[in-house]
Design a protein around this ligand. Structure first.
Ligand SMILES: *[C@@H]1O[C@H](CO)[C@@H](O)[C@H](O)[C@H]1NC(C)=O
Ligand SMILES: *[C@@H]1O[C@H](CO)[C@@H](O)[C@H](O)[C@H]1NC(C)=O
Length: 496
């Protein structure tokens, strides 16, 4: 029994597929006879492209007589030069998002990056995304190194690479501005020759097995905007010197490593452009420095599990007027929560759960108009809740104050019945009977991870090449089809 809509869908898909194929054939084999004065792809580069394409299982490319004149998504070429010759400047592989599908590696177990890339002397951008993941190999460093100063963007993201990051490769790619090796199995230290990449704007080596210390020369990269080394095994200290040169940085993510020693302090004051700081899950010690509050542009401060600090909350955080996410969980925060939130109008998420905070919940926390999530559970807070009915309604299921034995509701306050459900009466407070807010029922969060929350803002995407795995798949058949279409079809006619 097939649903009417399914039949309808399949019908539409078949028409679309037929149309795609037709267009593909027309585009791949243009009927017009080529005239001698049309620009042509440089022959050496043409054959290099055929080899690179067939190494990824895209043999169809070699049936295209001139790759720069009959392009597909994922190849770009220069304008004709003085000899009327076209040069290949960009090659991209992998299904990036639903509307950006470069050629995929169709024969996954065999796909690799062909050494022929070394024969593309004009290549500015080389991009592989989840392409060679089923055929793990080291990065073809020698071949990439031959591209030298022409290469500006090198993205080998979730591409199955093993082995080391080659120091010699880095040393030769002097004009690189984007280096994205996220999500491979690279296992080495970060070579000091990273310091040669003086034009680097984005460096993302996150989710690998990189070890040893941060290279000191990193801090000589003055153009750097995004530095993401998260989810590695980096050790050693993070000094004021290391970070104070990063005055252009927007995003600094060193989370999920093994960094230790005391946190930097005055160094933070140089990070006036920083919007996201994530040092979560490391082994730092010492108090939270007051200088954290002097990063004027900060929108997200993520210091979860950065070590057992036994620190108070610096009152200077009140200066972070752009802050939207404040997460300092499981670090042994002690003392009272200072009443500093009046000027922090943009706060949406506050998490300080699993600490040893004492005293009252400050009034200013209850006055935040944008707040959508507050987790203060597992502390030693006491007293009444400073939240108006409006605030509790807004936070509803995203207010978690569990496991604070001393927190109480005043019985005559207007808290919603949902909040009061499952609570117990407590005694000994002035002003009549109160109810212990030991357990707030129905706590759940639609924002399960502050990193994801932050990632909703483009500013924080570590790379313009975001993983599309979380996109809505309700129209999957069409997406698959449109990919097939783009990949089989893969052709735009170039209009010269
Ligand atoms: C054009 O071709 C000549 C001879 O092959 C060569 O010497 C010259 O460098 C070429 N010009 C360009 C801009 O590539
Ligand atoms: C709130 O904090 C508690 C205690 O640390 C934790 O178990 C819970 O998962 C947190 N909730 C969210 C949504 O992060």
């Amino acid at each position: 029994m097939v649903h009417h809509a399914d039949v309808h869908l399949r019908f539409e898909m078949e028409i679309l597929a037929a149309l795609c194929l037709h267009l593909a054939l027309m585009a791949a084999f243009p009927s017009t006879a080529s005239t001698p004065d049309l620009p042509r792809t440089e022959p050496e580069e043409l054959h290099a492209v055929y080899e690179i394409m067939s190494a990824t299982g895209n043999e169809w490319a070699s049936r295209i007589p001139d790759v720069c004149r009959t392009r597909w998504h994922g190849i770009k070429c220069s304008q004709p030069d003085a000899n009327n010759t076209l040069h290949v400047t960009e090659l991209s592989f992998g299904v990036l998002s639903d509307d950006t599908a470069f050629p995929a590696c169709t024969n996954m177990e065999m796909a690799y990056i062909s050494p022929a890339i070394a024969r593309l002397p004009y290549l500015r951008r080389l991009f592989f995304y989840k392409c060679c993941i089923s055929n793990p190999k080291p990065i073809p460093a020698e071949d990439i190194a031959k591209l030298g100063g022409s290469l500006e963007v090198l993205v080998l993201r979730q591409n199955g690479h093993t082995g080391a990051i080659s120091a010699r490769m880095l040393a030769s790619l002097v004009n690189l501005h984007t280096l994205d090796l996220h999500g491979n199995s690279l296992s080495s230290s970060i070579p000091p020759s990273i310091g040669f990449l003086q034009n680097l704007v984005l460096l993302d080596l996150s989710h690998n097995h990189l070890f040893h210390e941060l290279p000191r020369l990193l801090s000589t990269l003055h153009s750097l905007r995004v530095l993401d080394l998260s989810f590695n095994r980096l050790q050693g200290l993070l000094t004021d010197d290391d970070i104070s040169k990063f005055s252009n940085l927007y995003k600094l993510d060193l989370s999920h490593n093994m960094l230790s020693g005391s946190l930097p302090s005055v160094g933070f004051t140089h990070l006036q452009n920083l919007q996201l700081l994530d040092l979560s899950f490391n082994s730092f010690s010492g108090p939270l420095p007051p200088h954290l509050g002097l990063m004027a542009s900060l929108q997200a401060l993520l210091l979860n599990n950065i070590g057992r600090l036994r620190s108070g909350i610096p009152v200077t955080l009140r200066h972070l007027s752009q802050l939207e996410t404040l997460a300092i969980t499981s670090v042994g925060l002690v003392g009272e929560i200072p009443d500093i939130f009046y000027g922090m109008d943009k706060l949406k998420v506050v998490r300080m759960d699993d600490n040893e905070l004492t005293g009252l919940i400050p009034k200013s926390l209850g006055s935040l108009q944008q707040l959508v999530e507050l987790n203060l559970s597992n502390n030693r807070l006491i007293g009444g809740l400073p939240f108006s009915e409006d605030v509790t309604r807004r936070l509803h299921g995203r207010l978690n104050i569990n496991n604070n034995a001393g927190l109480c509701f005043h019985r005559n306050s207007q808290h919603s019945p949902v909040i009061l459900e499952g609570t117990h009466a407590c005694t000994g407070m002035s002003g009549g009977p109160v109810i212990l807010a030991e357990k707030i029922k129905g706590f759940h969060s639609s924002i399960s991870n502050p990193r994801e929350f932050v990632a909703q803002s483009n500013l924080f995407s570590s790379s313009p090449f975001l993983d599309s795995s979380s996109t809505n798949r309700h129209d999957a058949p069409f997406l698959v089809l449109s990919r097939v279409c783009i990949l089989v079809v893969l052709v735009d006619l170039v209009s010269f």
